[in-house]
Structures are given as C-alpha cells and as structure tokens.
Ligand binder design. Structure first.
Ligand code: GLA
Length: 388
C-alpha cells in the first residue's frame, strides 16, 4: 500500500489547503471461478495489498465535485445534478458511485477528492472495483453516517459499472474489494450471496501473477457478449422447460444444455459448457483446499485456462504463451485471471520452483514479445477501510 502522505500532500495542494479523511480499497485476485458470478455460480477471490487510496472532504457546495486523479495529473470538476456527468472515464466512477449512493438514501453533496492507486491498471486486478468501493466507503462515511451496508456498497459499485461505464459485470470484484480480509480467500455463492472466509496459507507454495501487459479493458470488449450468450442459453432452456425456473446457468444441467445445443448454435453452446464446468471446478478446489491437496487445485486451474481459452475465448496469444511456459516449467497451476482479453495469469508455484519459473518466463516472453512480463507476488490483504 502507498503512503497516506502521498495522497494527502496532493489533496492539500490541489484544493483549499485543508485535509479530509482518507480511505483505501484493494484490487483482487481470483483463485478460480471465472465468469461464474453473473451466472449465479461460485467465485473464490481475495483482496490484495494493492489498491486505491482517496482523500475526500465535503466542500460545502450543493453538488460540485472537484476531483483530482493524482497518477494521471488530471483535474475534473463536475456537477452531480448534471445528467450527462463528466466525460473522463476515471471521473465517471466518482460520478456514478455518488449517484448510486444517493439512490441508497445517502444525501451526497459537493465534495473534493484526490486519489491514487498502486493496483496496476488493465491487469485484470480490478482497479475499477477498487475505485468504486473506495469512493463508496468515503461517501458512506462523510454523508451517510455509515448507514449503508457492505453488501449495498458492493452492489452500488456494480451498478456504477452497469449504468455509467458500460460493463455488465458480475459482483465478484466489488464484493472482494469491500469484504476482503488479510490472509483469507473467500468463497462466494453469487446466487445466495452467502460466503465464507478461507484462510489461505499454502504450505510450500505461493501465488504469483504474471502480467502480459496486454491492455485489458472490459468496456466495449466482448465481455458483454459473453454474458449475452449465457443468458441466451438460459432463455432457450427455460422455453423447453416451462415448468421449471431458470434464472441463470447455475440452474441448468448438462443434459438441459445438450438439449438446446442445436438451437443455440455452437458458439453459445461452448460458452455455457465452460460455465457449467467452471461451477464444478470451484467446488473441486474447495474440497482440494480442505484436504491440502494443492496439486489438485493446480490441475483444476489448468483446466480453467483451457476452457477460458478454447470455449469461452477470452484469452489472447500472450496469455496462452505464459500458460504454456508455466506447464513446461512444471508449475502446479496456471490460468488467465479475471475477465480476460489481456491482463495476467495467476500461478500456483512450488517455492522451490519459483525463481527458475520467473527467470524462464521473463526470458522466453522477452524473446518472443520484446518485453518481460511484470511479476506481482500475491499478498492477500484487507478490504475497504477508513485510514484516517
Ligand atoms: C470481470 C468482472 C467480474 C467477473 C470477471 C470474470 O472482472 O468485473 O464480475 O465476471 O470479469 O470472472
């Protein structure tokens, strides 16, 4: 995590010299359970020790927001009552979450905000969810007496993506950012919203992310198309079984999927096939973790990669290449993490293999693509919080 002074000194300089309150929210990793959240399935994320930090303060105006993005050195002022909102994509997160918090009954008025982040942008670690939950946490504290629950803040973050940023995402990222706990992964049932903390101390192994540095951007990406494919399959299964209630792929069986295969077409069939398989794999990982069987966890991670690459088709050449290197080096588990279309692989590596794996991956990736992947050792950190 970055230093509070880094944000505070800019907040003081760019506004009226006064200090505000400082809030922080993390990005996330996900061990397994990809593209299952909007299908009512399970996910297995954890918060990381990197995220977004923001200093915020009510400025006494009715609806003027003065915002400064420290890393971009960009200042945008806007009005909460302006129906169009700001154009800068980063400022839309502030605008969106403020309006969503208002919908939840928080009387948000004008405020000043400066923020910075150390969660890499576009790496698939959910810098956007970190922003949403950080700003939600601040607005809830400053204007809402902390009345809004953690779940409602996570949902407000998700609604911000849907309503102001053009991404029809699921709930995993915002959930992880709000509820994260140091040292623990969380298994979330995205249908019932029940979850449990899973202490994650894999004896003899560690998690490391390899960032392909291929820009990952979900807005305007085929992310929404994937979701539409899944929903289309559910619609067809529902039509065939009017007696049943099919809300998401979570409610559908392999047999039912096979029944509609011809009518939905091969592409949508493959998308749904991945999701049904992934649902089973998350449960398999839970069992394996309970038994301390990390080799099994790793095997399931490779299967997920295969499915994301061949059936869900959200990988890219660079990520497949990183996955191949992991296999060649004998790494226990490796797969694309997050929405896909670039970003990172997450790797479960035996400690004794770690150095050699990283060195090999850097060298081979560099030979092929002219630059090294970035390496992030995973430290599982805490969720959204007020720092001072
Ligand atoms: C993105 C979305 C999440 C989830 C993942 C894929 O990170 O924001 O809701 O769907 O992709 O698992």
């Amino acid at each position: 995590m970055m230093e509070i002074d880094y944000v505070r000194s800019r907040f003081i300089k760019h506004f009226d010299g006064k200090t505000g309150n400082v809030y922080a929210s993390p990005g996330r990793i996900n061990l397994i359970g990809e593209h299952t959240d909007y299908n009512g399935g399970f996910v297995f994320p954890g918060a990381v020790d990197k995220g977004i930090m923001a200093e915020m303060r009510a400025n006494g105006t009715e609806d003027t927001v003065m915002a400064y993005a420290i890393d971009l050195k960009d200042r945008v002022d806007f009005h909460l009552n302006d129906p169009a909102g700001p154009r800068a994509s980063w400022a839309r997160y502030i605008y969106g979450i403020a309006l969503e918090m208002k919908k939840l009954g928080v009387p948000v008025k004008g405020f000043n905000i400066a923020f910075a982040g150390d969660v890499p942008l576009g790496a698939g670690m959910s810098s956007s969810a970190a922003m949403e939950s950080c700003f939600a946490c601040g607005l809830n504290d400053i204007f809402g007496d902390n009345k809004v629950s953690q779940w409602d803040m996570a949902l407000a973050g998700q609604a911000t993506e849907h309503n102001y940023c053009g991404v029809n995402c699921g709930i995993m990222d915002q959930f992880a950012s709000v509820f994260g706990k140091a040292g623990c992964l969380m298994r979330l049932d995205c249908r019932s919203r029940e979850f449990e903390y899973f202490p994650f101390k894999p004896d003899g192994y560690r998690l490391v992310l390899l960032d392909s540095v291929v820009k990952h951007q979900l807005a305007g990406s085929p992310y929404n198309d994937r979701r539409n494919s899944c929903e289309n399959v559910v619609k067809h299964i529902q039509a065939k079984h009017p007696e049943g209630k099919f809300e998401t792929l979570r409610d559908c069986t392999w047999e039912q999927l096979d029944e509609v295969r011809a009518e939905v077409g091969e592409e949508d069939y493959k998308r749904a096939k991945f999701v049904l398989g992934e649902k089973d794999r998350v449960l398999g990982v839970c069992d394996a973790l309970n038994e301390g069987d990390y080799e099994k966890v790793g095997e399931l991670m490779y299967q997920t990669h295969e499915g994301l690459s061949k059936d869900y088709e959200v990988s890219c050449e660079e990520l497949d290449f990183l996955n191949d290197i992991a296999r060649e080096c004998g790494v226990t588990g490796s797969r694309i993490m997050g929405g896909g279309f670039g970003g990172c692989t997450i790797n479960l590596v035996r400690n004794d293999l770690y150095r050699q794996f990283i060195a090999t991956a850097k060298q081979k990736f560099n030979e092929k693509y002219g630059h090294e992947p970035k390496i992030y050792d995973v430290v599982i950190g805490d969720g959204s919080r007020k720092l001072c």
